[in-house]
Design a protein around this ligand. Structure first.
Ligand SMILES: NC(=O)c1ccc[n+]([C@@H]2O[C@H](COP(=O)([O-])OP(=O)(O)OC[C@H]3O[C@@H](n4cnc5c(N)ncnc54)[C@H](OP(=O)(O)O)[C@@H]3O)[C@@H](O)[C@H]2O)c1
Length: 347
């Protein structure tokens, strides 16, 4: 079997080769996905080292590097097997050569966590932890299987997110594979360059520590970018990427965003939010670009005033309101106290 460690960040993700690490008390087990049924009876999914910070909203800070607080995460094979059908095909990985393939767009997975009242956060700008430890580990599993992670400027400003994968992989001899080996490219949709990225931004710290990649920031081609911020990005392998809006003063078309990312070599992109980004992507006809939707539903209500997932309604027959989007090919996976819903956009 090919070793995971033979990959660099530029080599393809090969799902036949990845391994999840399962910690059971002090022992560490490696479990190939293909053997998940065989292993599932002996695997535990809640490593005791993970602290459960669910439902504890915290104001984000922009100055405190937090990477040292990050612990490796584990995701058991029997859960991975449920998610697997919704992952990008291996051939969609940019590095496998598909950027010159048939579709000009990356595989798009839309994924986020929301409350029972469909809220992503308590209020705009308030970082709100929703996922339990197991669904958080799933997010990191998903990140390890995509070439890029995209967020909107609102999330970059509010959350100071790390946008790396903390999933641990093992070699055949049980030595850990470097976290740098399976990192997605963070992408921030920030047409006006309002995200004040600096040396202490979490994503920058992680990239400097080689536990993540330097972020790409998609800016409007007319935007003048602060030179200090540009240097911060470039020092960790990130950069500003200018993109034309089709009409002056208007937003980018998603088609143009996704085409640009594919052109830059991303064969698969996981879109994590926030509300503005998710709602616009779920609205027809844009939702045709979404291949998979993976939603974590947490057993809590956040109340009124939150950032809510609720795409604009469309007009159906006779001008009556119609649902904008429905999922098909649906799987529900209980993960701890959360439920994860996987599906594809019904065409
Ligand atoms: N629970 C979760 O899974 C989750 C995940 C992510 C975020 N969140 C939460 O979501 C909240 C942030 O959501 P949000 O709605 O305020 O912001 P957002 O969706 O992260 O970002 C919105 C911004 O992105 C830019 N943008 C979006 N679409 C664009 C397009 N087509 N073309 C050009 N620019 C585009 C715009 O920037 P400009 O305004 O500069 O034009 C827009 O204001 C935070 O509270 C965060 O904690 C939760």
């Amino acid at each position: 079997m090919m070793q995971v460690s033979q990959r660099s960040s530029e080599t393809p993700l090969d799902d036949s080769n990845w391994r999840t690490v399962i910690q059971e008390n002090a022992s560490v087990l490696a479990a190939p996905l293909s053997n998940s049924a065989h292993h599932s009876s002996i695997l535990h999914s809640s490593p005791s080292s993970l602290s459960d910070t669910r439902f504890l909203p915290t104001m984000s800070t922009q100055t405190q590097p937090q990477s040292q607080q990050q612990e490796p995460l584990t995701f058991p094979s029997h859960h991975a097997a449920l998610i697997q059908p919704y992952l990008p095909p291996v051939a969609s990985s940019s590095s496998s050569g598909s950027s010159s393939g048939i579709t000009p767009f990356p595989h798009v997975t839309l994924t986020y966590a929301h409350s029972l009242d469909a809220a992503l956060s308590l209020a705009p700008g308030v970082r709100t932890a929703l996922s339990g430890s197991q669904s958080k580990a799933m997010t990191h599993f998903l990140r390890a299987h995509h070439d890029g992670i995209l967020i909107g400027a609102g999330t970059a400003v509010a959350d100071d997110p790390g946008l790396n994968s903390r999933l641990v992989f093992l070699e055949d001899d049980n030595t850990e594979v470097s976290l740098a080996a399976r990192q997605p490219r963070p992408v921030v949709l920030d047409p006006r360059a309002r995200w004040e990225v600096h040396e202490g931004s979490k994503v920058v710290v992680l990239a400097r520590e080689q536990r993540g990649l330097g972020p790409w920031v998609l800016v409007n081609s007319g935007t003048v970018v602060d030179e200090g911020r540009r240097k911060v990005l470039e020092a960790v392998g990130g950069r500003y990427i200018p993109l034309e809006a089709r009409r002056e003063g208007e937003r980018f078309e998603w088609e143009d965003v996704l085409r640009a990312l594919k052109r830059e070599g991303l064969g698969s992109v996981m879109i994590e939010g926030g509300g503005d980004v998710i709602n616009s992507l779920l609205a027809p006809p844009v939702n045709r670009f979404v291949d998979s939707v993976i939603v974590t539903i947490a057993p809590t209500w956040l109340g009124q005033g939150g950032v809510v997932v609720s795409p604009p309604r469309t007009a159906g027959e006779n001008g009556k309101p119609a649902p904008p989007v429905r999922l098909t090919d649906v799987t529900w996976c209980p993960l701890g106290e959360d439920v994860v819903l996987c599906g594809r956009v019904s065409r």
